[in-house]
Design a protein around this ligand. Structure first.
Ligand code: FE2
Length: 391
C-alpha cells in the first residue's frame, strides 16, 4: 500500500492524521517570524548541515520551532514534569508536525508517518536522566547506547542463570520474543525466529525547550561520529550469520552487575573499541568521550538511530526539557504505516506494536529482514543526502 500525502493550506491548529487506511493528511506549517526573533530555520538542510550529519551522525538546527509552538508544548508539559508519554497530543506532537522539522525530514530523508506520539524528557535538577530518574552522583558516569534493545536489570539473578547452565553472553537465546525489557520496553527479540534483537528507526529528532547552552545542564549527548562504527558492527554480525544485536556475535546479551545481578542493553566492548576518538573538553563537562548537544529553546537535533547517545546528569537548578521523536522512513509494502498501534513517533521497535504485540504482515514483506538491511545500510534511508553520501 502506498501512502497518499495531501498537503493543504495551513490552519490552526494544523490538522494531521494517520488513518488506518494508509491515507496521511498533513499540512505543512506556516513560517512566520516576529521582528524580534531570529529567522526560523528553512525547510531544508543546507549543504553544510548535510555534511555535518554525514560526518558526525547528528546535526543541530538552530531555531527550528517557532516560540508560539514551544510555548504551547511547555504549557502542557509543565502541568506534570514527570509525565513522559502524552500520546496524540497536538501541543506536544506539534513541535514536529507544526514546525519546519517535518518539511526538513521529508526533504532530507523522505516520506514518513507523522508522529502521533513522542517522548517528553524532563531531567529534573540533580537527576541523571528523565526516564529511570537516578540521582546524579559524582560517581555516576553516563554511557551511550543505541536504541531498540531489551534493556535494564535482568529479572533473573546471575547465580540462577549460571546454575541453569546458561551463559550471560547468550542468555535469552531461546527466550520469548514477546518479553519486554525491564527498562525501555523493547522486545527480547523482534521476530519469532530470533534473528534480530534490536529495534530501529531512521532518526531521532529532539526539540529543545529551554536553555541548554552551558555544559552540565543534562544535555542529550552523543558519541560523535560513531554511527559508521555501529553500522560496521551490525554488518559484521550479519556476515557471521547473526543474530543482529545483543546476544549476537561479539555482543553479550547480559553483563555482570553488582553482587549477583546482570544487566542488558549495554553496548559491547568490541563495538565501543571501534568508535572514533571524538569528544568534548570543558571544565563543566566530566565525560570527555561524550559530546553534549548544546541548544536553546526552539533548536532541534537530528541524530541517526545508529549514533550512540545518552542522557546526562543535570547539574543545574533548572529542569532540562526536551521532546524526542523517533522517525522512520516510509517502507514500501509495509501495511502498518500510519497504524496507531505502532506508536509512530515514540516507538524504537516499529515493526511491532508499541506494547510488543506481533503485527500481521503480507507474505511478500519481511519487516525484520528489511530492518536488518537498513541497520546495515543506514544512508539508504536518506533520499536527500544521496549525493553527499556518495561524494
Ligand atoms: Fe535512547
Amino acid at each position: 500500500m502506498r501512502l497518499r500525502f495531501v498537503y493543504g493550506v495551513p490552519r490552526s491548529p494544523v490538522p494531521h492524521d494517520a488513518a488506518p487506511n494508509g491515507t496521511v493528511l498533513c499540512s505543512l506549517p506556516t513560517r512566520t517570524n516576529s521582528p524580534a526573533m531570529p529567522s526560523l530555520h528553512s525547510g531544508r538542510l543546507s549543504d553544510g548541515e548535510k555534511d555535518e550529519l554525514k560526518r558526525d551522525g547528528f546535526v543541530v538546527l538552530k531555531n527550528a520551532v517557532p516560540r508560539s509552538v514551544t510555548e504551547r508544548a511547555k504549557t502542557v508539559i509543565n502541568q506534570d514534569l514527570r509525565r513522559i508519554v502524552h500520546g496524540d497530543d497536538p501541543a506536544v506532537n506539534g513541535l514536529y508536525n507544526d514546525s519546519v522539522l517535518r518539511e526538513v525530514m521529508l526533504d532530507a530523508m523522505g516520506l514518513h508517518t507523522p508522529p502521533v506520539n513522542a517522548q517528553v524528557a524532563v531531567t529534573l535538577p540533580h537527576f541523571a536522566d528523565a526516564v529511570v530518574r537516578r540521582k546524579a552522583t559524582p560517581q555516576y558516569a553516563p554511557r551511550a547506547h543505541v536504541d531498540g534493545g531489551w534493556a535494564g536489570l535482568c529479572p533473573v539473578k546471575r547465580s540462577a542463570i549460571l546454575a541453569a547452565g546458561e551463559a550471560l553472553e547468550t542468555w535469552g537465546s531461546n527466550g520469548d520474543p514477546r518479553s519486554m525489557g525491564p527498562a525501555g520496553g523493547a522486545p527480547l527479540w523482534q521476530d519469532r525466529t530470533r534473528t534480530l534483537a534490536i529495534g530501529s528507526y531512521t532518526a531521532l529528532v529532539a526539540v529543545c525547550l529551554n536553555d541548554q547552552r552551558r555544559p552540565g545542564k543534562g544535555q542529550f549527548s552523543v558519541r560523535r561520529g560513531a554511527h559508521e562504527a555501529v553500522q560496521a558492527f551490525f554488518r559484521m554480525q550479519r556476515a557471521r550469520g547473526g543474530p543482529i544485536g545483543g546476544g549476537g556475535p561479539d555482543w553479550p546479551r547480559l553483563v555482570a552487575a553488582g553482587e549477583d545481578d546482570a544487566y542488558a542493553g549495554i553496548m559491547p566492548d568490541a563495538m565501543e573499541a571501534s568508535y572514533p576518538e571524538t569528544g568534548f573538553e570543558n571544565e563543566h563537562w566530566p565525560w570527555p568521550e561524550l559530546t553534549p548537544v548544546l541548544m536553546e529553546e526552539g533548536d532541534a537535533v537530528i541524530a541517526l538511530h545508529a549514533l550512540p547517545h545518552t542522557a546526562t546528569p543535570n547539574m543545574s537548578d533548572d529542569p532540562r526539557m526536551n521532546v524526542f521523536f523517533r522517525i522512520r522512513r516510509f517502507r514500501e509494502g509495509n501495511p502498518h504505516e500510519g497504524n496507531k498501534r505502532v506508536g509512530w513517533g515514540v516507538s524504537d521497535h516499529p515493526d511491532r506494536a508499541l506494547n510488543g504485540d506481533f503485527l500481521d504482515y503480507p507474505g511478500g514483506y519481511d519487516p525484520f529482514k528489511t530492518s536488518i538491511d537498513k541497520l546495515c545500510d543506514h544512508w539508504s534511508e536518506w533520499d536527500g543526502l544521496r549525493d553527499i553520501v556518495a561524494a
